[in-house]
Structure formats: C-alpha cells, structure tokens
Write a protein that binds this ligand. Structure first.
Ligand code: PGA
Length: 221
C-alpha cells in the first residue's frame, strides 16, 4: 500500500530530522512545504510538493514551477486539494493547467476530489465528483477525500468508502487513495477494502510513530 503524507502548512527542520531518523522503510511519499523539499532526499521514502504553479517559468512572483520542482527531485504533487479549492479559490481550469505542467516535467499529479457534507446529505454528490473528475487524465493518481471527513475525526462508513472505490474503478478504471481522518487506528480496516491503492494522511502524518504503525498495519494488504 502506498501511503501519502500531507504535512500541510506544518513542519520544521527538527521535524524533518526526526522523520528521517525514525521512519520505517515503506512505500511513502512525504508532501512537505516548499522550503523543505530540497532537504528530503532519503533512501527510505519519496517526497512531493503540495502545490505547483499553473504557468511555465516567467514573471509570476511567488510561484514555484514544475521544472523547478523536478530539478530538486520532486516525484509527486497534490492538485485540487479541498483546502486550495476553498481558501485559494482554485478553479478546475487552474487544476487542469497544473496537471499539464506536472506531466510535462514527469511529476505524477495526485488529484484530490470530494464532496461537502451538504452535498453528501442531498445524495447528489456523485454529480459533484463527476464534475471534478473532468480534469482527470491517464497518468494521474486519484485521492478521494470527503471534505466532511478532513481534519474532523469522522470517517465514512466502510461500505461508503467501498462504494466510492468501486465508483472510481468502474467509471475511470483506477484504484483510488482514500483521505480524510486516516490514523493509526483505522488505516488497516480501510486498506482491506477492494480497489484501494493507498491512503492520504494529513494530521496523523505529523507523528512519525503513528505513521510507522500505519506502515506496519498496511504493508501486507
Ligand atoms: P486529515 O487530512 O488526515 O487531517 O483529515 C487529510 C488531507 O487533507 O489530505
């Protein structure tokens, strides 16, 4: 099982040292803030970026382009995370441009999709997901992250996660990553489901001991 670790806007050189020293070997990708990316080379894990510019290099102050990321060894990049859609008004067209930039530079995009609680309750959330999936293309990994589960400690019922995994498998021919309040207690059960390629872990990824338990519990699945 591949485990994606999203540190979000957290971290320090101390945290990186601690992670490098104490993390077990695993199929891991650590998504750290930009300034730390040049310090993450390790034989134990791969690393990725949480964002990328939608543009080729040029006069775009404050942005970081895909070829810059590629040069420092970034192999994966998150796109369309719900926090970027919500707080930075990221649009489908920007997400699509980012995917193109990443692929051009041989960085694997991880597209994040998911519905909010209102949409889930109204029962038409699959329409929203289909809308978000319009930018999906081959060579992109897919993370399903229900917004109501991110950072809340609430996870969908196992059957609901299974239904989503089946939905992506049947309609797009892909195995999804599940994200939203994954921790060392629920990881094993989630990865036993069918058509799941791995997990995207936020809050719990900041605790190396929790990550080690997740690696252990999911390595044989
Ligand atoms: P969480 O975050 O594990 O803290 O819910 C997941 C994510 O936002 O990728």
């Amino acid at each position: 099982m591949k485990i994606l670790l999203n540190w979000k806007q957290n971290g320090s050189f101390g945290a990186i040292l601690n992670f490098k020293n104490n993390i077990k070997n695993g199929d891991l990708v650590l998504f750290a803030p930009f300034p730390y990316l040049g310090f993450l080379n390790s034989s134990k894990f791969q690393f990725g970026s949480q964002n990328v510019s939608q543009f080729e290099n040029g006069a775009f102050t404050g942005e970081v382009g895909a070829d810059i990321l590629a040069e420092i060894g970034v192999k994966y990049c998150l796109v369309g995370h719900s926090e970027r859609r919500q707080y930075f008004n990221e649009t489908e067209s920007q997400i699509s441009s980012k995917i193109k930039q990443l692929k051009k530079n041989n960085i694997i995009p991880v597209l994040c999709v998911g519905e909010n609680l209102e949409e889930r309750k109204q029962g038409e959330f699959l329409e929203k997901i289909k809308q978000q999936m319009k930018v999906f293309e081959s060579g992109v990994l897919l993370a399903y992250e229900p917004i109501w589960s991110i950072g809340t400690g609430i996870i969908p019922k196992m059957q609901e996660i299974q239904d989503m995994a089946n939905f992506f498998f049947l309609n797009y021919g892909i195995e999804m990553f599940y994200g939203g309040s994954v921790n060392e207690k629920n990881a094993k059960e989630i990865t036993k489901l069918n058509n799941i390629q791995g997990l995207l872990v936020g809050g719990a990824s900041l605790d190396v001991e929790k990550v080690n338990i997740i690696i252990n519990d999911t390595s044989r699945n």
